[in-house]
Design a protein around this ligand. Structure first.
Ligand SMILES: Cc1cc2nc3c(=O)[nH]c(=O)nc-3n(C[C@H](O)[C@H](O)[C@H](O)COP(=O)(O)O)c2cc1C
Length: 476
């Protein structure tokens, strides 16, 4: 099932019992964010939340926690809601192989219904803005898909980028944006600023659920997020032409904001409670001038709570980080079996691999650190044997505890790049990185006293089924 817009997905969530309408009147702060924060604390079937009775707003429709459980993530991919997380990752990886699927251009985008332009632009009259964490420095649009083009190659469809970059509302027509240097929009902005030019952008809010997934996905620079959305949806992604910039934007967005990142201007942005479970602090960031807003009648404002994991952000960027890493590694090392990079947006990754020869596992780890995601995030890589499941943390701990001789198996590399937000970096943006090789040494690496590993007895599987049957009979 492919959803063309957020509304279609919300109605499926409701039918599946995965959307909760809160009808009582609530305060915009702290109730909206506190409810979304709480959704991350009530277990893996948590619903999306819908609010339309918010004190102080006459006309608000707010959706929160839309991807915020494995059940909702499964439904976003058109899978049954009880699909186990590992199966979701495997299915995601299978669909990746259909990339690229050309998008379908449509004319009648619903966000053309209403427009504000020039001096009339006033975000406060379109969106019911509210703060998330109690130390945040302002209102944020934190689940937007932002479209920009390479100023040196504007007609290249693949180099047109769609990425999620959080935006602080700093005026009725002004935003501050945080382009992390390893991300594609930072390359676009750098090129524009080197030419002394503004960078046009289109900011799309309230998107179909697969668009939100691909916008936060670390793909190659010239790979199109729309063509990946088509692969994941199993149907071409519907796109439309944004009226001011001419950029390709999702057909079904609730709101499309167009303008420019003003060349070489910076303004204090933040603090903002981050995916690392820490605040960002206040930092100088580029500034957006909004020239046009297009929006559906009665727009739904979709926002995402993030902070101390797990939150919606962790579900949203879990599989979409694991799968690109798996595919990018396998392209060069077919021995790689699986990647789990679901903790704190993949600041840590666990990789299972077969080994060609001694030292191979460390090479795989170093390659992971130079993928698009690895450059800016992966700080620790744990490599395990091919028969250890990276998603089974007790197995990973077994490998770490039984296979690692720290003097040779732990490698620390100094002064590598990481997002400034990584709290342990020193200075911000630079860190040492660690490889923990928890694989069994193979020739010519003869270290250790590894005898034949014990395996579960062949009969144990049948016995497990029998024990479960007997137990449920005994319990009635
Ligand atoms: C909710 C959310 C907020 C994000 N905020 C930012 C941000 O402010 N700046 C940034 O550079 N990346 C941010 N990211 C991460 C990028 O969207 C993600 O790493 C993506 O792969 C970047 O793609 P790109 O390399 O094509 O630009 C955010 C991701 C999510 C899911």
């Amino acid at each position: 099932m492919a959803y063309d817009d957020l509304r279609g997905f919300l109605s499926t969530l409701e039918k599946e019992g995965q959307l909760l309408r809160i009808t009582e009147e609530v305060l915009p702060e702290p109730d909206l964010a506190a409810a979304a924060n709480a959704a991350g604390r009530i277990g893996e079937g948590a619903p999306a939340l819908w609010f339309d009775n918010v004190k102080g707003f006459t006309d608000a429709r707010i959706a929160l926690n839309v991807h915020g459980s494995w059940a909702n993530h499964a439904l976003a991919l058109g899978l049954p809601k009880h699909t186990p997380v590992k199966e979701q990752v495997e299915e995601f990886a299978r669909r990746w192989d259909a990339f690229p699927v050309a998008p379908e251009r449509r004319e009648d985008a619903p966000w053309r219904e209403n427009t504000q332009e020039g001096d009339d632009v006033d975000l406060f009259s379109v969106l019911p803005l509210f703060r998330l964490n109690d130390g945040d420095g302002g209102f944020y649009l934190d689940k937007a898909a932002v479209v920009s083009r390479d100023p040196d190659d504007p007609e290249h469809f693949g180099k047109q980028n769609v990425g999620t970059y959080r935006l602080q509302v700093i005026g009725r027509n002004r935003l501050a944006i945080q382009p992390v240097p390893v991300h594609d929009i930072a390359l676009h902005l750098r090129t524009a600023e080197e030419r002394g030019e503004d960078l046009p952008i289109a900011i799309t809010l309230g998107n179909d659920p697969v668009m939100a997934i691909v916008a936060g996905m670390p793909m190659g620079y010239d790979q199109s997020e729309y063509e990946m959305a088509g692969a994941l949806r199993g149907a071409p992604a519907p796109i439309a032409t944004a009226p001011l910039t001419g950029f390709d934007v999702p057909w079904g967005s609730e709101v499309v904001i167009e303008g420019v990142i003003e060349s070489r201007k910076r303004q204090i942005e933040g603090p903002f409670g981050e995916f690392t479970g820490h605040y960002s602090g206040g930092r100088r960031m580029p500034v957006v001038r909004i020239d046009r807003v297009s929006y559906r009648t009665n727009p739904v404002f979709e926002s995402l709570y993030l902070g101390m994991p797990w939150t919606e952000c962790d579900y949203l960027v879990g599989p979409n980080t694991c799968v690109p890493l798996l595919k990018q590694l396998r392209a060069e090392f077919p021995e790689v079996q699986a990647v789990n990079a679901m903790y704190t947006h993949g600041l840590l990754a666990v990789i299972s691999t077969r080994k060609r020869y001694g030292g191979f596992a460390k090479a795989v780890a170093m390659r992971a650190m130079t993928t698009p995601h690895g450059l800016g995030y992966i700080t620790t890589v744990i490599v395990v044997d091919e028969d250890v499941d990276p998603f089974d943390l007790p197995q990973v701990m077994w490998a770490m505890s039984s296979k690692v001789n720290p003097a040779d198996d732990v490698v620390v590399l100094p002064n590598l790049s990481v997002v400034e937000l990584a709290p342990a970096a020193q200075p911000a943006g630079l860190t040492s990185k660690m490889i923990i090789d928890a694989t069994t040494p193979v020739h010519p690496d003869t270290r250790g006293n590894f005898s034949t590993p014990t395996k579960d007895l062949p009969e144990a599987k049948d016995w497990a089924a029998k024990l479960q049957r007997l137990l449920s009979e005994a319990r009635g």
